[in-house]
Design a protein around this ligand. Structure first.
Ligand SMILES: Nc1ncnc2c1ncn2[C@@H]1O[C@H](COP(=O)(O)OP(=O)(O)OP(=O)(O)O)[C@@H](O)[C@H]1O
Ligand SMILES: [Zn+2]
Length: 707
């Protein structure tokens, strides 16, 4: 275990050292040209050093940057002196700075914003003295368990044939191309985690650090437990938004100082400085959570691949349903494809059964059809009799998505958004899931006074209630963003499921991810059709991944695998997506999707950037984008570049929280051409905003996920 570097006593040294001009980054989003630094006077400090700098009347955290070639001081400019240096800390390494530089330029943010926004916020509060105290404090790593002296590895299972083959392939790849990326295509329950663990073990044995990225850490506490179990003598720290600022800083310091052996985190963790990095794992690489949706909109998966190449460290992307981007890279040989097609213990994948809802008996006039078709109910009863568990997947929380008055046609719309407010029966509220606006459910129709207003459609709350009515005595648990709002409740509910205290689990997408449920033999997708027909071209890709993942929760115990089933209630049973799903055939689905994308010139066959704007009026939003489009088209013409600048359109939700939204898509077959346009075009957009005062904010999203 490397020692904590001794605090640099020079901080307190009263002897003046020669002052130098230093280029320093501070957190200023739109400061002049995109990558300019500010110049300060200070002691000779290497790039990557953290400093305290005066900025206007404030004192801020700054980062000494690599000196640009041109002069740092304009003629006649007087420089301010730095206020202190955090030099008990080693400078952020070159590899980290190069990663940040790439991310800033690729995602079109200022260097200062990019660099400072990925550091733990708590660093901003530290002066050199308190930092030194923190580093000296024994056991200063808080919630992280102290590592023992002798690193050890707990008992581990013999690899299956698939795992052994995958491991051999990965070792060969690493020998051939140390910074290469491998795509581990493993069906659900094939034991991908075991492959991660074995690879991690190898890197740790060589004295290296391991970075493991997961989409959402709180949803899958199991992976953290498995890592801790397997490597009891190693220090594992986490990086995610659920940590307190102090914890996040402690964990970050442990990574940066080389004390932590394993860093497990969400997308932000891709920026952890790791002096001994030896392996990067990205679990469920297709998951949309890897894309940051505000500020610097980076893709942690894509940055992980870049970082691996940069640092000569292998990157392992794992999924049962890879993103089509990664899949195409694998097809082209840019990523090594490592398949695992068998479940552990030769367990079968669940049998997929399509329930044709058009063939179900009609509900009596004026009544809503029951949420579950008769054969599905029968399958549920069968599980109950056998003492097995079932999972009902419905991706809609609340009781009903809308309340409706049959007399005057009033609907529970949100006054601030172009959306309905959802009826939550438990706390009797109407809640907008977009802006949060919420109030009590009215006793009668607010428009005509009719006391008989009715819920339309069904969310998880209502499904839970109805299951209880149909199958009296059944033990139902519901897991969604509402039922798990309180800290610790998700863990409690999950352990109740694992302990067999629940017969039927009702849940949103939250329960489809990564859980290793052992007693579930039936999964029902209650109403998945909506996602077939969204305006977003990635809708089918997401639905396929979600259903495969949901189905993957069934039959994980090899003994029960043969009778495990995934039932899908659909009005479109002939849809090609369901036909591929029936055969668990990701590859045929991917091939069909890629053919469609290629025809339509969509990613991964083209590259996209989306300019989004929010304004107080539709006209202001439109005007801003019209001006932006004019400038972009002028550039395209002048450069004779192959970039298409589409006309502005309203997104699916055109109004949120009282602001009008519009967006404009730029598309090109050439990534460099699109990047060149963005680089030249963006600075002008700041000026355009001054011309359109109704604009509240705008943002550029490179490689957008939802359009
Ligand atoms: N070599 C092995 N021998 C015995 N059991 C194993 C082996 N490898 C994995 N398992 C067990 O098989 C189960 C499934 O493994 P794991 O959770 O890693 O699958 P996965 O591929 O990550 O699945 P998913 O994509 O559904 O999350 C786990 O309970 C794990 O402990
Ligand atoms: Zn709203």
């Amino acid at each position: 275990m490397p020692e904590v570097p001794a605090p640099n006593e020079a901080v307190d040294d009263p002897v003046e050292t020669a002052q130098q001009v230093l280029p320093v980054l501070v957190d200023m989003p739109f400061h002049g040209a995109l990558d300019s630094t500010l110049s300060y006077l200070g002691p000779a400090l290497p790039p990557g050093s953290l400093v305290r700098a005066p900025l206007g009347h404030r004192e801020v955290l700054g980062l000494v940057w690599d000196a640009p070639s041109d002069d740092l001081v304009a003629p006649g400019q007087t420089l301010r002196a730095l206020l202190g240096t955090l030099d008990p800390l080693p400078p952020l390494p070159l590899a980290w700075r190069r990663l940040v530089r790439f991310a800033a330029s690729y995602y079109q943010r200022s260097l200062g914003e990019m660099a400072l926004s990925v550091l733990p916020p708590e660093l901003r509060k530290l002066d050199p003295a308190s930092l030194t105290r923190r580093l000296r404090r024994k056991g200063g790593l808080g919630s992280a368990p102290a590592p023992t002296d002798a690193p050890q590895t707990a008992a581990r299972p013999e690899p299956t044939e698939d795992q052994a083959q995958a491991l051999a392939q990965l070792a060969a790849l690493q020998a051939r191309e140390p910074g290469g990326t491998a795509l581990l295509l493993g069906v659900t329950g094939s034991g991908k985690t075991e492959v991660y663990l074995r690879r991690a073990e190898e890197a740790l044995a060589q004295g290296r650090q391991v970075l493991v990225l997961v989409p959402e850490i709180n949803l899958t506490p199991q992976l953290e437990a498995r890592l801790r179990d397997r490597f009891p003598g190693r220090l594992l720290v986490t990086q995610h938004s659920g940590l307190t600022p102090a914890q996040r800083l402690r964990h970050w310091l442990a990574a940066h100082l080389g004390q932590a052996d394993l860093v497990l985190g969400t997308r932000m963790a891709v920026f952890s400085p790791l002096p001994r990095l030896g392996l990067i794992v990205v679990d469920e690489e297709h998951d949309a959570s890897y894309k940051q949706q505000e500020g610097a909109r980076y893709s942690a998966r894509d940055l992980a691949v870049y970082r691996g190449r940069l640092e000569g460290v292998p990157v392992l992307l794992g999924s049962a349903t890879p993103s089509l981007e990664s899949w195409r890279h694998a097809q082209q040989g840019r990523y090594a494809l490592v398949p695992m097609r068998q479940r552990v213990g030769q367990g079968a994948l669940p049998q997929v059964r399509l329930v044709d809802m058009t063939q179900q008996p009609q509900a009596p006039r004026g009544q809503e059809p029951p949420p579950l078709a008769a054969p599905v109910l029968a399958a549920l009863r069968e599980r109950l009799e056998r003492g097995e568990q079932s999972l009902l997947f419905l991706n809609r929380r609340g009781f009903a998505p809308v309340l409706h008055c049959p007399a005057c046609q009033w609907k529970s719309d949100c006054p601030h958004c172009s959306a309905w407010r959802v009826f939550h029966k438990l706390d009797r509220t109407l809640r907008c899931h977009h802006c949060g606006f919420s109030d009590r459910v009215p006793r009668a129709c607010p428009s005509c006074g009719n006391p008989d207003i009715q819920p339309v459609g069904r969310g998880t709350e209502r499904l839970e209630e109805q299951i209880g009515q149909w199958l009296p005595g059944v033990r139902v648990a519901r897991i969604d963003a509402d039922s798990t709002r309180l800290k610790g409740t998700l863990e409690q509910q999950l352990s109740a499921v694992h302990a067999g205290e629940v017969d039927i689990l009702v849940g949103t997408q939250m329960v489809t991810k990564g859980h290793d449920f052992r007693r579930i033999t039936l999964v029902v997708a209650v109403n998945p059709d909506g996602a077939l027909f969204t305006t977003d071209f990635r809708g089918p890709e997401r639905l396929f991944a979600t259903l495969m993942q949901a189905g993957g929760r069934a039959g994980r115990d090899a003994e029960a695998a043969a009778r495990s089933e995934l039932w899908i209630q659909t009005w479109n049973p002939a849809h090609a997506l369901f036909q591929s799903l029936r055969r668990h055939d990701y590859e045929s689905f991917a091939a069909a999707q890629l053919a469609e994308r290629e025809m339509a010139g969509l990613p991964p066959y083209s590259h996209l950037a989306l300019l989004r704007v929010e304004a107080r009026t539709p006209e202001a939003a439109q005007d801003f984008l019209a001006l932006a489009r004019r400038d972009a088209m002028a550039w395209v013409e002048a450069q004779a570049a192959e970039v298409t600048v589409y006309p502005p359109v309203p997104p699916y939700l055109a109004r949120v929280a009282g602001l009008e939204r519009r967006q404009m898509l730029l598309e090109s077959g050439s990534r460099p051409a699109l990047q060149a346009l963005l680089r030249d075009w963006l600075p002008g957009l700041r000026g355009l905003r001054a011309q359109t005062p109704g604009v509240a904010r705008w943002a550029l999203d490179v490689d957008p996920l939802g359009i």
